[in-house]
Every structure is written in structure tokens, then in C-alpha cells.
Design a protein around this ligand. Structure first.
Ligand code: SAM
Length: 206
């Protein structure tokens, strides 16, 4: 999947509305009153962080797609998001940029990463003690229906919530909580199908 080619038209009303729903769920689960220093991985154009902009401190939008980050940088400049920056980083390759952070976000990105379990370990490493993770992603889709139209998809067909919760606990996270946030509707072979989107939150112990 080449995200560079999709960057210019990535933001659309459906994605903006979905990001607002995920942002609301994060606000319900986590206390953001101290405006956490934040990293979003696989941020794309930064839709989730932007939906939380009033709640976040200095924010880094990290992604492996230069095209997505170019759009993100343009929005940061146009909307005067002071203290926000972009970072070109492949979460599978290396340690995550900067830190420590009080909050690490991810929306519909972990399933694109080759080694999600290792990425969870890197998130733990870059969080300050007491910091939180909030990951929104697809439930396990055993038929691979969500990505069927994307012939070049090489990621994971969503996640089993129990597996994800176990990976989080094994990485050292506590207070693991997973809930359904919304449904994504997508046409699959001429039929509208609904795919649940979950939010997993967890805390690095102080
Ligand atoms: C489906 S898009 C989601 C973008 C954004 N989070 C959103 O919700 O609009 C997945 C994003 O993950 C990024 N990505 C995929 N694999 C990655 C990796 N290994 N490291 C960092 N970013 C990655 C892609 O470039 C893309 O921007």
C-alpha cells in the first residue's frame, strides 16, 4: 500500500468523523488535563492528534511515509500548531523518535507494522513512567475482507483483543482496557460490511 500516493486526498469527512469518535473515547478513558507531551506513530496526516489538539501538549507526528508527513507538516504550519513537529520514522526499524512522552497514540496503523508486538515494546520504552498508550485498530478479520481490495496489503488482518492485551501486559503495561469505539463501513465485493474499531488503553507503571 503506497501511502505517499494517497496523502493529498487522505483527509475526508468520514476519516475526520471517525477520528473525532476515537478522540472522544480517549478523553473518556484518560485524564488529559495536564496536556501530555505526545507521540503519534503511523500518524499519517495526524487526524487523531488533530482531533485532540485542545488536550495535547507538544506533539510529534511520526510516520514512515514522507508524503503523509508533508501533508501533516503543511497542516501544522497552516493551523499554527505550536510545539508540533513531524518525524520520519519506521516503527519496525528503530527506536521511536524523541521522548520521553506522557502519551503515545496510534490509529489504524499498528496492523500495517510488520512486528506489532515489538512496536508495543518500543512504545513502552519511549513512555515516561505513568504515561499512557492509546491504540485504535481493527478487530481480527480472519477472512481478510477489510483489505481484500488492496492487493498489495502485507500487514495484519486486525488483532485478537486478548492477544493484544497479553502483548501489552508482557511489555510491562498495566491498566489494560479494550473497548469498541465505532464501526467502519466498507464495501466488500459489492456489499456494505461493518468492521469494529477498538480502542486499547494502558499505562506504563510509575
Ligand atoms: C491506514 S493509515 C492511518 C493513518 C492515520 N493514523 C489515520 O488514522 O488517518 C496507516 C499509516 O501507518 C503508516 N505506517 C505503516 N507502516 C508503518 C511503520 N512501519 N512505521 C511508521 N508508520 C507506518 C503509513 O504510512 C500510514 O500513514
Amino acid at each position: 500500500m503506497c501511502f505517499d500516493d494517497r496523502a493529498a486526498t487522505w483527509d475526508d469527512p468520514d476519516k475526520v468523523a471517525r477520528s473525532a469518535e476515537v478522540a472522544d473515547a480517549i478523553r473518556r478513558r484518560l485524564d488529559l488535563t495536564a496536556r501530555p507531551r505526545t507521540l503519534e506513530i503511523g500518524a499519517g496526516t495526524g487526524l487523531l492528534s488533530r482531533a485532540l489538539r485542545a488536550d495535547l501538549g507538544p506533539t510529534t507526528l511520526a510516520d514512515s511515509s514522507p508524503g503523509m508527513l508533508a501533508v501533516a507538516a503543511q497542516v501544522i504550519a497552516e493551523e499554527h500548531l505550536d510545539g508540533w513537529t513531524t518525524a520520519l520514522a519506521d516503527a519496525d526499524d528503530a527506536s521511536l523518535p524523541g521522548g520521553p512522552y506522557e502519551l503515545v497514540l496510534s490509529q489504524l496503523a499498528l496492523h500495517h507494522m510488520e512486528h506489532p508486538r515489538a512496536v508495543i515494546g518500543r512504545i513502552h520504552a519511549v513512555l515516561a513512567p505513568g504515561g499512557h498508550l492509546a491504540v485504535a485498530d481493527l478487530d481480527h478479520d480472519p477472512e481478510g475482507a477489510f483489505h481484500r481490495a488492496h492487493g498489495d496489503f502485507h500487514g495484519h488482518h486486525g488483532f485478537d483483543r486478548d492477544h493484544l492485551a497479553r502483548w501489552l501486559a508482557e511489555a510491562g503495561f498495566t491498566d489494560v482496557f479494550v473497548e469498541t469505539v465505532t464501526m467502519l463501513t466498507k464495501e466488500v465485493e459489492g456489499e456494505a460490511r461493518a468492521f469494529p474499531l477498538f480502542l486499547a488503553t494502558a499505562r506504563r507503571p510509575a
